[in-house]
Design a protein around this ligand. Sequence first.
Ligand code: NAD
Length: 467
Amino acid sequence: MLEQIYLHQRQYSLQLRKEPYETRREHLLTLQKLVENHQTEICRALELDFQKPQFETLMTEIYSVVHEIKFALKHLRTWMKPQRVSTPLMMLGTKSEIAYEPRGVCLLISPWNYPFYLTMAPLVSAVAAGNCVIIKPSEYSRHTSSLMGQLIEKYFSPEHIHFVQGGPETTQALLQFPFDHIFYTGSSRVGRLIMEAAAKHLTPVTLELGGKSPTIVDKSADLEVAAEKLAWAKCLNAGQTCVAPDYLFVHQDIQAKFSNLLQEKIKAALHLNSGELQSSPDYARMISRHHTDRLIGLVKEAVDAGAQIIFGGDSDSEKHFIGPTLITKIPPQANLMKEEIFGPILPIIPYKELSEVIHFINDRPKPLVLYMYSNSKLDIDQVLRETSSGGAVINDSIIHLANTHLPFGGVGESGMGRSHGIHGFRTFSNDKSILRQGALGRFMRITYPPYTPFKMKFIKKLIRWRI
Ligand code: NAD
């Protein structure tokens, strides 16, 4: 069955690569219709999966996909145009260009945390670049995965886009085929398995992974604003966001003030004073009991080793609920400071000198993103210059991925390759170098054997003149 789908797509990809701009534009418009016509069902599916608040679904899953499509529609003609490049003197008479051809048949593997956005946004790039795509969504977000499968089946032919539902065994089965590109979003652990399987066919991969993204708040920051933004970023999707602030470094002189402000902002945003967070429609649940228990275990282990919960700490394993939690005095050996948290728990670490923070970050795998709240240009420049991360945001959190002009992706443990806008289009394209020889081409004979003394003199002159 899987083999048949793959072979049909392989066959169809040969047809698809001949299609002009207008056909790809049509495909993008179909995707747009798919999203816009089914907003209510999409919101409902995400609510069933993990009680994702409707506003968050509209903003982070639907609006962001619609925006990606609109951006692709606006720029597609330019993206598809071959790019002329200049010609070195030695090659006078030739013309060169880069043509962006479809890769062919691509495999797209997506996670559960933004199940609609993280499936559809890369799909927009893959379709814009003229590919056939097999999609394997997450088995955890089963309502959204099943809805996406039905919608794709309704709007697209299976030779073009096909959904395969299932768990890790299904992904493993798909990985047996020699895809032209694999775009994987998920954990670093599984990312390694994907890359290993891709290596067998020398298939290029884009790995959009996670990790521990730090936030720094220094003394010069606008603390009110920083607290409000940080509270929002950590509670969005109940912390189940790849670019969520994982842990916080705050200058020791403002630690008490800032943690009070953070608590205030969390309470205000989620109406915590009314004590009804568990039934709040503005706060998502964990995706499964397993994920809830993992977080409860991380906190318990840290507390048993001496950490102190300064806010929150509520949980209900049965209801997949974890309340926003601030925790400090965490021993360095605690897993809370080793694993990606991926939940609404924020470790707070006081610091004295910025150099300590830089050393701490550089001592660990490179993060997907680094956040800094500061009004000191000198300190901001120092952190940007002396650390490496997939992205960086100054005086805000998360929002860099909403700028479609910026490439999105990780570095080292947090991933490889880029998505969004033209960067996504290029990821799903092969940059083909095309050189056309002209009438002056016959002069190239000077470089062919026999290598006479005159030709030797000629090549030595070229080296000397650096032509
Ligand atoms: P996951 O790696 O467990 O699962 C992702 C996909 O891989 C799913 O489709 C799943 O079925 C498949 N999979 C799981 N185990 C597999 C195996 N053994 N072999 C083959 N396939 C397997 O990730 P998740 O829990 O769904 O998502 C959370 C992780 O994703 C976090 O680490 C988060 O930071 C990361 N993430 C990254 C981004 C990004 O853009 N960089 C976005 C969202 C999530």
